[in-house]
Design a protein around this ligand. Structure first.
Ligand code: AMP
Length: 220
């Protein structure tokens, strides 16, 4: 297995999903978004989806054991051989330790961890205006990146919807969960010399360039 192997770290609404999609194209790696995988499982009412639904709805983390199993299996799939971008995983120190074990077993190491830095005020603004395409998963923002026709995806014509957990009451909980359980990962990865802080404010393409530059240095 070769290619770029990175983790995107950052609070909800910091642009991880958008940037992971750009990185995926740039480095022909596969994007692994645990949030997307879980939402699909919830929609399809699979056993995993049924176990995860309530946690997601409340803005809490799904138990580590469920997530770790899911990621371990996903990383073994052939499309990950060209590299991967983890978006939304790990989210706890325990998940980060499990990831190290999984990668060690596979004979791999992470190249870097990109930590998106965005002020709290912008995060709430971004999340409450975020809309997602039901068809292709493309992301929009009602003010900063609106679709050409209201409620319709530019790319596939699919219907745009607001995620349940992007409503204001759940946003606060998700941000608290991030501060208490996920933010400590910054030090975890800083100690390992893997952390790269990325200024996550600005135009999508501008942030993308910063990321590509940061990854490029270690991807060569
Ligand atoms: P996201 O799309 O990354 O914001 O994730 C949406 C929701 O899925 C989160 O609020 C959690 O409930 C759940 N989730 C996603 N990734 C993880 C993870 N690595 N660990 C635990 N829960 C997760």
């Amino acid at each position: 297995m070769s290619g770029v192997r990175v983790v995107l770290l950052g609070p909800p609404g910091s642009g991880k999903g958008t940037q992971a999609k750009l990185l995926q194209e740039k480095f022909t790696a596969c994007q692994i978004s645990t949030g997307d995988i879980l939402r699909k499982a919830v929609n399809e009412q699979t056993p995993l989806g049924k176990q995860a639904a309530d946690y997601i709805q409340r803005g809490e983390l799904v138990p580590d054991n469920l997530i770790v199993k899911l990621v371990a299996e996903r990383l073994k799939e052939p499309d990950c051989e060209k590299g991967f971008i983890l978006d939304g995983f790990p989210r706890t120190i325990s998940q980060a330790r499990s990831l190290e074990e999984i990668l060690t077993r596979m004979g791999l190491v992470l190249k870097c961890v990109l930590s998106m830095q965005v002020p709290r005020k912008s995060i709430v603004e971004r999340l409450s205006g975020r809309r997602t395409c039901k068809g292709c998963g493309a992301l929009y923002h009602l003010v900063f990146d609106p679709p050409k026709a209201a409620g319709i995806c530019n790319r596939c014509g699919g219907e745009l919807f607001q995620r349940d957990d992007d409503r204001e009451e759940t946003i606060t909980n998700r941000l608290n969960v991030y501060d208490s359980q996920t933010a400590p990962l910054e030090n975890f990865y800083r100690d390992r010399g893997l952390l790269k802080e990325i200024d996550g404010v600005g135009k999508v393409e501008e942030i993308g360039r910063r990321i590509i530059q940061a990854v490029g240095v270690v991807a060569a």
